[in-house]
Design a protein around this ligand. Sequence first.
Ligand SMILES: NCCCCC[C@@H](C[SeH])C(=O)O
Ligand SMILES: [Zn+2]
Ligand SMILES: [Zn+2]
Ligand SMILES: [Zn+2]
Length: 306
Amino acid sequence: RSVHSYEQYNELENIYAWTANIAAQNPNLVTRSQIGTSFEGRPIYLLKVGKAGANKNAIFIDCGFHAREWITPAFCQWFVKEAVNSYGSDPEFTNLLNNLDFYVLPVLNVDGYVYTWTNDRMWRKTRSLNKNTPCVGTDPNRNFAAGWGTNGATSSPCSEVYCGTIPESESETRALGDFIRSNLPAIKSYLTIHSYSQMLLFPYSYTHKLANDYDELFTLAEGAVNALSSLYGTQYTYGPGGKTIYLSSGGSDDWAYDTGVKYSFTFELRDTGKYGFILPESEIVETCEETMLAVKYIANHVLNNA
Ligand SMILES: NCCCCC[C@@H](C[SeH])C(=O)O
Ligand SMILES: [Zn+2]
Ligand SMILES: [Zn+2]
Ligand SMILES: [Zn+2]
């Protein structure tokens, strides 16, 4: 049982303890809640980060959708650390935290995350049991009501992109959907953090049709990517998911957008395939710092335009 570190990958129990500690140590900025329970009965924790106040607009950030994408929970933890360390000292971040709430979900797919530590580092899906097959799990990023069960997904439970029996069939995706639905219209932006490819994607992925807000989202993505690459020169591609990476249905970003969350993006963090999902711990700090710049860029746009 190692102790928590922002510069190493943390096992779930240490992330749980961290969520309790960071909230207890920063009561004026951070509150923890549980938005649901996983298939195997683990809590799904959410951190609300920002100066307490009524009727603030909010940005929702989730990490750990896919179990093997370990750099993503590392980023969500880094974001919260940066927020509490910056408040009162960094004017830009202080302004964001005074005027916006950030809902940060460090690990959505908690069962899958544990499984990558204990059994299969390359696991992607949830760990729910499927009927009439030994194949386990649903792809949470094909499980939302956005063109559900069409392009880039399948009804075969043994597939890595199994869409589930119905939209939000998974307790994890249902918890996420319920939270966002019950916090509209305050939630103006939805950022779902994945790896790897170094891409910033926006709706749609389930179709090639252009989003109504295509122009604004494209320009915003461009600015965010430029901010990101300004730190270490990391190159990102950006654009609508269907065109930029591949057609894929049932995605949480497309669902959030169609539900009314305009500033909806999927991040694919480092790298482009050298290490892939097994990104070395030596790259955690740089990856998190550069991603912070993109997220703050988007947050400033939300603050000034939502
Ligand atoms: N909503 C789909 C966004 C584009 C695909 C994202 C990747 C992350 Se690993 C996927 O879910 O296959
Ligand atoms: Zn992913
Ligand atoms: Zn990915
Ligand atoms: Zn920093």
